[in-house]
Design a protein around this ligand. Structure first.
Ligand code: NAD
Length: 312
């Protein structure tokens, strides 16, 4: 079998096209949707990520404001900046960019974002709504991963689904969203004894760990669907296994997921490529959260957001 590759870029484009129309319609009724991106210190990799978010937001007509704080500030000052965003009616969504400087408690900081402005879905209230089966603003990667699965036409109801990775922002919310959809969910993690024992029985496998090659074709049930969420930078090798160098003599690298693509593509029925799978849908989902957040804050003027997982 050769797996169908799930085109995350095409799904993201469809989501953004619908959002563009929605943002245009909302603009006639409510003030502009505006994301405030709170950034502490300078980090080249994070800056690139933030520029991508900004470009994607502006393409849809969503305003994007940088709140750049110096590296030396303490947690209380960061929380003050978040509170200013919470209190500013022009700001409809707040992003706290990571990594934060050492010593700051990401979870404590994130909890200060008002739940209705929490476009990353990391406030404990929003996590709680997921567990209660009434999701509002959901962590973007988790929601994107579910949307990718649903886009293939697979109905999770009654399926055996394995989620590998149990982080707060990816694995746990995916698991709860799937339970809400009546899947039978097994969560595997760093202490799982025999990963293949679980994955070999699964109809669908989600993997979000950060370990290239963790899932191999021999661990899977033929025809299953694999949603690879991992993002790993690995050396680029030539045919004889030597690391290729760029013109400056540095190692060349490429981005891969958590699955061993060559063996998994032979066994699975459908598979997300990395790059081009969950990643682009995650960015689109941040924007759909931004629109949902604006609707929540202007609930007296516009209809509430469509929070069903099949929206868009
Ligand atoms: P994390 O480090 O917070 O969590 C890693 C998880 O992997 C933990 O739950 C841990 O128990 C589990 N784990 C570690 N070793 C394991 C093993 N050998 N077998 C089974 N489970 C194991 O990471 P995270 O923030 O959840 O991110 C996971 C991956 O997803 C990373 O590669 C990250 O870059 C990627 N990611 C992708 C997107 C996207 O948009 N595609 C967004 C966020 C994160």
């Amino acid at each position: 079998m050769t797996a169908t590759l799930i085109d995350g870029r095409a799904l993201a484009a469809r989501i953004k096209e619908r959002l563009r129309r929605e943002v245009g319609d909302l603009a006639r009724v409510i003030p502009p949707i505006r994301l405030a991106s709170i950034e502490v210190g300078d980090n080249a990799a994070a800056a690139l990520f933030v520029r991508n978010q900004e470009r994607a937001a502006r393409e849809l007509g969503i305003e994007f404001e940088h709140v750049h704080l110096p590296a030396g500030i303490d947690e209380a000052e960061l929380i003050q900046a978040i509170k200013r965003g919470n209190d500013d009616p022009r700001v409809t969504g707040i992003l706290v960019q990571r990594p934060l400087p050492p010593g700051m408690n990401v979870r404590r900081v994130q909890a200060k974002v008002h739940p209705d402005k929490d476009v990353e879905g990391l406030n404990p209230a929003n996590m709680g709504f997921i567990v209660l089966g009434e999701p509002k603003l959901v962590p973007c990667t988790a929601l994107a991963s579910i949307k990718v699965l649903l886009s293939t036409g697979v109905d999770p109801r009654g399926k055996d689904i394995v989620v590998i990775g149990h982080s707060e922002i990816v694995g746990k919310p995916i698991a709860f969203l799937l339970i809400n959809l009546f899947a039978t969910v097994t969560v595997c993690h760093v202490a799982t004894q025999d990963l293949a024992h679980h994955t070999s029985k699964a109809d669908v496998v989600f993997v979000a760990v950060g370990k290239p090659g963790l899932v191999r074709g021999s661990m899977l049930r033929p025809g299953c669907t694999v949603i690879d969420i991992g993002i790993n930078q690995v050396p680029l090798l030539d045919a004889s296994g030597r690391v290729l160098k760029d013109e400056h003599g540095n190692d060349r690298t490429k981005v891969v997921g958590d699955v061993d693509f060559d063996s998994v593509v032979e066994v699975a029925g459908a598979l997300t490529p990395v790059p081009g799978g969950v990643g682009p849908v995650t960015v689109a989902t941040l924007l759909s959260n931004a629109v949902a957040a604006a609707r929540l804050q202007h609930r007296d003027q516009v209809a509430p957001p469509d929070l069903s997982l099949t929206a868009y």
